[in-house]
Structure formats: structure tokens, C-alpha cells
Design a binder for this molecule. Sequence first.
Ligand code: UP5
Ligand code: MG
Length: 190
Amino acid sequence: PPDKKLTVVFVLGGPGSGKGTQCANIVQHFGYTHLSAGDLLRAEQNSGSDNGEMIKTMIKDGQIVPSEVTIKLLLRAMEESGNDKFLIDGFPRNEENRAAFESVTGIEPEFVLFFDCPEEEMEKRVLNRNQGRADDNIESIRKRFKVYTQSSLPVIEYYDSKGKVRKIDASKPVEEVFVAVKEVFTSLDE
Ligand code: UP5
Ligand code: MG
């Protein structure tokens, strides 16, 4: 586990809610390193690792990869960055992810940035994205929504019960969402 004091913000919300888009904006203004768990898993899959086939199948089916795999990738990326402030995007996705990250790292998030967006809007965005993701098709999207509702929303509710959730209306245009996001990060420094 890392020894210096690290700041972690979990960025959560459904598939296509805008996590990656907004994290790119936050990085430019607030000096965080953005770690997308999904991007790290896709890179691991393409690196020819032993876990590649398992990751590929699980992503296509919208299933949640075991936390030992994801946490290893996150910790490696944190170390390599040299930074001490992280946006962890798309993780933790279920109770097992959450508990394992906490026990392995001893890190509790500063807060959870939650992008709240209706399913119809998320579906439209993901289907229009066209970046060749193996899970951006209607069958995979349906599965992703189901897993999000059943496994990921309870994690957000857990943090909400601890007063840690900063909820953003993510259905608005990108610029308007970022206005709300900026307010959350700016109020940190006051
Ligand atoms: N867009 C963004 N914001 C918009 C706005 N305000 N108005 C209009 N359009 C907007 O955005 C999606 C699309 O919408 C883009 O085209 C964007 O331009 C547009 P993006 O910012 O990419 O949204 P994001 O929330 O990042 O969507 P993403 O599809 O990446 O979310 P997922 O949570 O589904 O994907 P992720 O990569 O995190 O995970 C994929 C899979 O990996 C999971 O299903 C799972 O199988 C696996 N996984 C794990 O197993 N464990 C993990 O810890 C993480 C992932
Ligand atoms: Mg993303």
C-alpha cells in the first residue's frame, strides 16, 4: 500500500453518463491524474496478459472484473504517475470492489462525484460514440445498465449514507455539467 497521503475522488455514474469527458476537464483545471478503470482494463486486455481473455469476455457482457485485477492496475498507475491526487473513474463498481480497495490501500475517498443521468440519454450517447468499443452495442448496453442498477448504484448509496456523494445533473450539455463540477472542486480549497 502507498505510504504518502493520497487524495482520491471516485467518479461514478452509469455507462455514458460522461465520467471520462468530465474527468478530462477536471485534470486540466485541478491537477489530478485521471485513472479510468475501464481504460486500464482495456489496455491490460490488449497487452496480451494472461487475464486478457477473461477481461474481454467480462467487458462484452458488462460484468465486473474481480477487484484483485483492477486494483493491481490502479495501484500501478498511481505509482507510475508520481502524483498524489487521483480521479478514479468507473471504480468501485460493486461492494466487493469497494471493500477490497479500502482494505488493500487503506484509502477512503475524499468524496464521490456522481453523474446522475437518465438511462435513455446514456443509451443514446453510448450508441452514438462510435469509437469501436466492444461493449457499445445494444445487447452489451442493456447488460451494463442492469449491472449498474443492481451492483453499482448500491455503492453510491453506501457513500451517500456517509455524506460523501456530490451529485451532478449529468443530462445537460458538457459545458453546463462542467460548471457544476467546477463548483464542487473549487469549494474544496475554501
Ligand atoms: N457525452 C459526454 N457527456 C455528454 C453530455 N453532457 N452531453 C452529450 N454528450 C455527452 O461519454 C459517453 C459519450 O457521450 C461520449 O461520446 C461523449 O462525447 C458523450 P463518456 O464521457 O465516455 O462517458 P462515461 O461515463 O465515461 O461512459 P463509459 O461508456 O466509459 O462508462 P462505463 O462505466 O460503461 O465504461 P467503463 O469503461 O468505465 O467500463 C467498461 C466495462 O469495464 C464495464 O462494463 C466492466 O465490464 C469493466 N469494468 C470493470 O469490470 N471494473 C471496473 O472497475 C471498471 C470497468
Ligand atoms: Mg468512460
